[in-house]
Design a protein around this ligand. Structure first.
Ligand code: GLN
Length: 451
């Protein structure tokens, strides 16, 4: 049914870069066979899943939305892909994304944009717009995304889906094509909170292939959803993310959701986080610095594309010609920014200062979580904007991430939940909750209460 749905709507939505119908049908038949043989399978066995193209897959191309990796089929599965296959989930294909996960609209994909199923002339969010659009358009019931500065949560917000960025280190990054290693985290994109909890239960857990992977034994997130009890829960509204710069219809749905939680026994307080004002500036130095280093491996020798200059050229000229042809403008912009910020003499002024701001953001969270159990804000300032609207203005695109970036700087978990439609445009609005590191279950519990 999902393959039929993809065939019917994906020409218009363009959520997928690659669909694998034969492998999916074979995997489904295998699950049927095991079930018929009396094997007891997990709750998600047989459920199709869409996989963001940032994750490497041994039987499907993995491009991270870039021309430089066009046609590359990796020799191994990312740990999360291996785990979902072992749990009996059936990969349907790979979803579109901004090139190397840089963007908030999926317009920076080298393979053309994804369209928001709610309004095809609108962005589906980014960088994981493909996964969110696949789920919102019923092409897949559940998907995997990656969140470095909001790429799971902001697409969830603009497509009326559920998106979770787990605690940094909860889910393995092995086989996730790195954007910024200290910020990247893999997580679920779903239509219901319970689906997200079930998926996080499958993908979380220690992996010896990822040196930042936590050794925690996690409680069941699905159980946290089913608990759905917010009585006595203290929720802090972040003052800096509740007013200026936010669309009226977004704020209206946000406050309605909070009022509902209050009626169910939660206590709402105002919390100031003064350093959040500088979080975007710090992120857009730390991220390009790490990305410029991570992307150095795309050198025309080890992976993907190779462009030979007409006259042959030196090794350096081959690398330069390949990177010139293989990377899009946003990737080049960030490589230049990142190498500049890391260069001798500028390191303290830019990267060093950004790291200090990162610590201040973490301290704001520490102080907040002394007073409340979770923090709340709209997930992003506006509903889905029009395709093309911010493409020529990188600053406007970056400012979209104001509410999502602080969680990545601090390594804490965040969830975006559907909160209804904005009055002015009838488009989806998301509400975001953030919890202290390792307290992902609190977010699922709130999700259960709001669903
Ligand atoms: N919009 C953010 C950026 O462009 C999000 C990135 C992400 O989470 N992958 O960096």
């Amino acid at each position: 049914a999902h393959l039929d749905r993809i065939a019917a709507v994906d020409e218009a939505v363009h959520a997928f870069l690659h669909v694998a119908p034969d492998a999916a049908l074979a995997a489904a038949a295998e699950i049927d066979r095991r079930r018929a043989a009396g094997e007891v399978l997990g709750p998600l066995a047989g459920v199709p899943i869409a996989v963001k193209d940032v994750l490497v897959t041994k039987d499907m191309p993995s491009t991270s939305g870039s021309k430089i990796l066009e046609g590359w089929i990796p020799p191994y599965d990312a740990t999360v892909v291996r785990r979902v296959r072992e749990a009996g989930l059936i990969p349907l294909g790979k979803t579109n994304m901004d090139e190397f996960a840089m963007g908030s609209s999926t317009e920076h994909s080298a393979y053309g944009p994804t369209h928001n199923p709610w309004a095809l002339d609108r962005i589906p969010g980014g960088s994981g717009g493909g996964s969110a659009a696949a789920v919102a358009s019923y092409e897949a019931p559940i998907a995997l995304g990656s969140d470095t500065g909001g790429s799971i949560r902001q697409p969830a917000h603009v497509t009326g889906t559920v998106g979770v960025k787990p605690t940094y280190g909860a889910v393995s990054r092995y086989g996730a094509i790195a954007l910024a290693s200290s910020l990247d985290q893999i997580g679920p994109v779903t239509r219901t909170v319970l689906d997200a909890g079930l998926l996080q239960d499958v993908i979380a857990g220690h992996d010896k292939h990822d040196s930042t992977s936590l050794r925690d034994v996690w409680p069941s997130m699905a159980d946290a959803v089913r608990r759905a009890d917010v009585s006595g829960l203290r929720i802090g509204i972040v003052t800096q993310l509740d007013g200026e710069g936010f669309q009226a219809g977004v704020l209206a749905r946000f406050h309605e959701a909070l009022a509902l939680l209050e009626r169910n026994g939660a206590e709402i307080v105002e919390i100031s986080a003064p350093s959040f004002e500088y979080a975007i500036a710090a992120y857009y130095l730390i991220l390009p610095a790490e990305a410029s280093s991570n992307l150095a491996k795309f050198d025309s020798v080890r992976f993907g594309l190779r462009v030979n200059p007409a006259d042959g050229g030196t090794v350096e000229q081959v690398m330069a010609a390949t990177r010139e042809a293989g990377f899009g403008p946003e990737v080049k912009r960030r490589i230049i920014l990142g190498t500049y910020a890391l260069s001798a003499g500028y390191y303290d002024a830019y990267y060093g200062s950004a790291q200090k701001v990162r610590t201040l953001v973490q301290r704001d969270f520490d102080a907040a979580f002394d007073r409340v159990d979770v923090l709340a804000s709209p997930t992003a300032p506006t509903t889905a904007f029009k395709l093309g609207e911010k493409l020529e203005d990188p600053m406007a695109m970056y400012l979209n991430d104001i509410a999502t970036i602080p969680a990545n700087l601090a390594g804490i978990p965040g969830i975006s939940l559907p909160a209804g439609l904005a009055d002015e445009d009838g488009l989806p609005v998301g509400i975001q909750f953030l919890a202290p590191a390792r307290e992902d279950a609190r977010l699922y519990n709130i999700g259960g209460a709001l669903e």
